[in-house]
Design a protein around this ligand. Structure first.
Ligand code: FAD
Length: 393
């Protein structure tokens, strides 16, 4: 491992690797990326559902999505790795009048930003997603440019591209300290030795707070467990078999029941589904809570009756990286020179990694990122209560 670098990045998830790739594209290649696990994408990135959508409530997130999804759509050409991108859309189902009202504003905002999002009738929703029970649904929104991609492919694509330009990616190494001189980063300490560097990027996802602590900087990111379940078709085989026709979508459309946060999409021959648990408390435990499954199934069966007799073949849990206003932190610390954060994406970070990494790389390179980072500034939490993102599922 190098003992000096222009930039050290802590964290080998989609964010750290995107920053590394974009720095390398800008000619900044004397970079070391540190990942404490034996492989990249071992944190939240490797646990996520792969969904990418334009349907956000905050204008800055809509812009992150537009730029990121445009890159995801051309990822193989631009970065060189296939990422199994299916642009089959996201369908939001709304059962509360208040949510319909909020989505009216969101849809208008998304359309102002040039997003092709629309209201669809319940009949159209059923056509998009056969097998849905729409009892109680008062409105539905659909954006055909939303979709699902492979988070591991995106992360590995960025990592390999960065390495090809000279970035050093070191796994099985932990950042465990930072030396400051007159409030400026001068050196990082790792489990394999020290690296002199003027710049440290905190891309540690749900662990971002612990990196901040090494410099005396509060990075308000809290971990929150989320589950994903995979349902095989009843009696084995695939949901594509003739006997299940019309019971589940054939496409990879991602459907979200907004009130309950139950969501699903097709994953190979199976069905991937999940739901937030309002009783979940912050913590790093990612043990699967099988006692939560019956609660999910109860909701799931109402929206997608086919799940009533499906066999849940496996499950895993990962961590959302929550900030108080559910918007990410992207940019420099006002208190310590050379300390940058790209974390706290509050459960929607995979889809924003391409744009967020580009923006932070521009900031570090001294270029104009052409993006107003005010809503994502680290110091926003101390000065005011920000109006953040409301479409968190
Ligand atoms: C169940 C689930 C479903 C999700 N679904 C979606 C979705 O559909 N769409 C979407 O956009 N987002 C989704 N997300 C959110 C998304 O996964 C995250 O926002 C994103 O992966 C965050 O990436 P990251 O690089 O910031 O963090 P991570 O992927 O967690 O990477 C941080 C890395 O830092 C490393 N690290 C930590 N501390 C240190 C240290 N001291 N030294 C060295 N390395 C360190 C960790 O090992 C980890 O690999 C989902 C998340 C979960 C849990």
């Amino acid at each position: 491992m190098k003992s000096t670098a222009d930039v050290v990045i802590a964290g080998g998830g989609c964010m750290g690797c995107s920053v590394a790739w974009h720095l390398a594209q800008r000619g900044i290649t004397n970079v070391v990326l540190l990942e404490r696990e034996p492989q990249l994408a071992a944190g939240s990135t490797g646990k996520n559902a792969g969904g990418v959508r334009h349907q956000f409530s905050h204008p800055a997130n809509i812009e992150l999505s537009k730029e990121s999804i445009a890159m995801i759509a051309n990822f193989e050409e631009v970065v060189g790795t296939p990422i199994d991108f299916h642009q089959d859309g996201y369908l939001f189902l709304l059962s509360k009048a208040a949510d319909v009202e909020t989505f009216r504003k969101n849809v208008a905002l998304q359309q102002q930003h040039g997003v092709d999002v629309r209201w669809v009738s319940n009949d159209d929703a059923r056509e998009l997603s056969p097998g849905l029970d729409l009892t109680g649904v008062k409105g539905a929104t659909y954006c055909p440019q939303d979709g699902v991609a492979d988070p591991n492919g995106v992360t590995m694509g960025f990592a390999r591209g960065a390495q090809a330009k000279g970035v050093e990616i070191v796994r099985d190494v932990e950042l465990n300290g930072v030396r400051l001189e007159r409030n400026r980063v001068v050196e990082v300490r790792t489990s394999r030795g020290n690296i002199s560097t003027p710049i440290l990027v905190n891309a540690a996802g749900p662990w971002a707070k612990s990196i901040g602590r090494m410099l005396g900087v509060d990075v308000p990111v809290e971990p929150e467990r989320r589950h994903i379940f995979i349902a095989a078709a009843p009696g084995g085989g695939s949901w594509d078999d003739d006997r299940h026709r019309g019971r589940v979508p054939a496409s990879k459309l991602l459907v979200i029941d907004f009130e309950s946060t139950f969501y699903f999409h097709r994953e190979g021959g199976g069905l991937l589904f999940g739901m937030g648990d309002p009783d979940e408390r912050p913590g790093f435990d990612i043990t699967v809570r099988w006692d939560f499954l019956p609660k999910v199934i109860e909701v799931a069966m109402q929206r997608l009756p086919a799940l009533a007799d499906a066999a849940v073949s496996h499950a895993w849990a990962g961590l959302y990286e929550m900030t108080p206003d559910h918007n990410p932190i992207i940019g420099p610390s006002a208190d310590v020179d050379g300390f940058y954060t790209i974390a706290g994406f509050s459960g929607h970070g995979f889809q924003h990694a391409p744009a967020a990494g580009r923006i932070l790389a521009d900031v570090i390179a001294g270029r104009d990122p052409q993006f107003d980072l005010t809503p994502f500034a680290l110091d926003r939490f101390s000065s005011r209560v920000a109006a953040g993102e409301r479409n968190v599922v």
